[in-house]
Design a protein around this ligand. Structure first.
Ligand code: UGA
Length: 449
């Protein structure tokens, strides 16, 4: 099938590369000329495992093209995916101005039938607005609108695309559903050739849910909001555990065995970040408000999350008393492991609070996020290993659970620290072991530490 993907951010580029991988002809369009040049040279604008390989191979084999022209993409493709950014406005609402501009440009260049698919995360009723824009134009060419939300996690986006838990499409007409069904058929039936050899999570076909457009739009916001609420719930339970001597890791395990609850997204810690959960939660709250529903449940999930970095700093104060003029080593800056994404990362808030309390030096280490961190943080001494971060520091704070932090030589770390204090925002060590090693070790929701 001939496809155009507008927007080469995380979602657009992964979507384009994966659709090409399963045999489609794909044009990826972006108005950022530099970015398009960079991708054409084989350099990826984001860190995402397997993406570079996929882009290079499919471009080399003539299935994946890049352009800065929406007109070209519209002319050459029957199905057009909109994957441009929908960043938060000051008031938390999603800014849909890029979506609107792109739609105007598409409709101006349409000569015959096109299926327009919302891939960006958008508030409910955006599909209706897109239809309105198309109808407003003087171009009366036939079209369909569909919603097809993405459920890609950063760090495993390619795998999530090719081996999804479900595919959701929201349509008004069967014709649109049929085109998308055909497009996704190889993924649904797990029948495509890929050098990536991604293991299928099941031998059953991938569930395909066809709904109306509004339901599909809500599925995306509700899914992210639900997961964010699950994290805030376990973080609230963690606070209770700390007050009672219980262990949140055990509590989460005990809850997670119930299949109705499930064990994932029950990791207590310094809270959720990234460009999806905080933004989508806020946008869902705002759209509910506009529809005269006060979503207090989500507001509370948001409040609990905002409090997490301050709580981590409080733990450091419990160990060190005064933070003024202290040197603090920080391990992990990205909002989660296996990504260099710093957007809404809890590390930003934690470090700003430490600086506000007068910490003299922040020595930070992250395996991949340092270049991006420089855009978000000032007055940081970036170091090139966890041991350097510990060296001469009054304490070590763990914010992102990169695998390499689990395997550190802790005796060596203790010897390097000025005082043996570790505050662990991701519960990666065993409190009893840490005590045995002679650390003052504080973690999340584990009463004994
Ligand atoms: C999330 C969703 O998981 C995807 O399904 C969705 O498609 C994507 O947003 C999106 O809307 O584009 P992502 O933001 O990549 O994906 O990250 P997650 O792996 O979901 O983690 C989000 C945050 O929650 C991270 O800061 C992580 O550290 C935190 N988290 C996650 C916890 O604190 N505890 C947990 O148990 C799980």
């Amino acid at each position: 099938m001939k496809l155009c993907i507008i927007g080469t951010g995380h979602v657009g580029l992964v979507t384009g590369a994966c659709f090409a991988e399963i045999g489609n002809q794909v044009i990826c369009v972006d108005n950022d000329e530099e970015k398009i040049k960079m991708i054409k040279r084989g350099r990826m604008p984001i860190y995402e495992p397997e993406l570079e390989e996929l882009v290079k191979r499919n471009a080399g084999e003539g299935r994946l093209f890049f352009s800065t022209s929406i007109a070209e993409g519209t002319r050459k493709s029957r199905v057009i995916f909109i994957a441009v950014g929908t960043p938060p406005k000051e008031n938390g609402e999603a800014d849909l101005s890029s979506v609107e501009k792109v739609c105007r440009e598409i409709v101006r260049n349409m000569k015959d039938y096109r299926l327009i698919v919302e891939k960006s995360t958008v508030p409910v009723q955006t599909g209706q607005w897109i239809k309105h824009i198309f109808r407003l134009s003087n171009n009366h060419v036939d079209f369909d609108i569909a919603s097809n939300p993405e459920f890609l996690r950063e760090g495993s986006a390619v795998r999530d695309f090719l081996n999804p838990d479900r595919i959701v499409i929201g349509v008004e007409r069967e014709r649109a559903a049929e085109i998308l069904r055909q497009l996704y058929q190889p993924i649904i039936n797990r029948e495509f050739n890929s050098d990536l050899r991604i293991p299928a999570s099941s031998s059953d076909p991938v569930p395909l849910l066809v709904t109306d457009i509004q339901s599909s739009e809500i599925i995306k916001h509700a899914s992210n909001s639900f997961l964010a609420t699950k994290i805030s719930f376990i973080n609230a339970v963690a606070d209770l555990c700390e007050r009672t001597g219980a262990d949140v890791e055990k509590v989460a395990e005990g809850m997670g065995h119930d299949p109705r609850i499930g064990s994932s997204f029950l990791k207590a810690g310094v809270g959720f970040g990234g460009f999806c959960f905080p933004k989508d939660l806020q946008a869902f709250i705002r759209i509910a408000e506009k529809l005269n529903y006060d979503f207090t449940l989500l507001k509370e999930a948001q409040r609990i999350n905002k409090e997490r970095p301050r709580q981590l700093v409080r733990k450091l104060e419990e160990a060190l008393w005064i933070l003024k003029d202290k040197t603090i080593g920080v391990l992990g800056l990205s909002f989660k492991p296996y990504t260099d994404d710093m957007r809404f990362a809890p590390s930003i808030e934690v470090i700003k609070l430490l600086q506000k309390e007068g910490a003299k030096v922040i020595k930070a280490y992250d395996p991949v996020a340092t270049p991006n961190a420089k855009l978000f943080l000032n007055n940081i001494e970036y170091v090139s290993s966890p041991y350097e971060a510990a060296s001469g520091s009054d304490a070590l704070v763990i914010i992102t659970e990169w695998e390499e932090f689990r395997n550190l030589d802790l005796e060596k770390i203790k010897g390097l620290l000025e005082t043996p204090v570790i505050v662990d925002g991701r519960n990666i060590y065993d409190p009893r072991e840490m005590q045995k090693l002679g650390f003052i070790y504080k973690s999340i929701g584990r009463g004994s530490s």
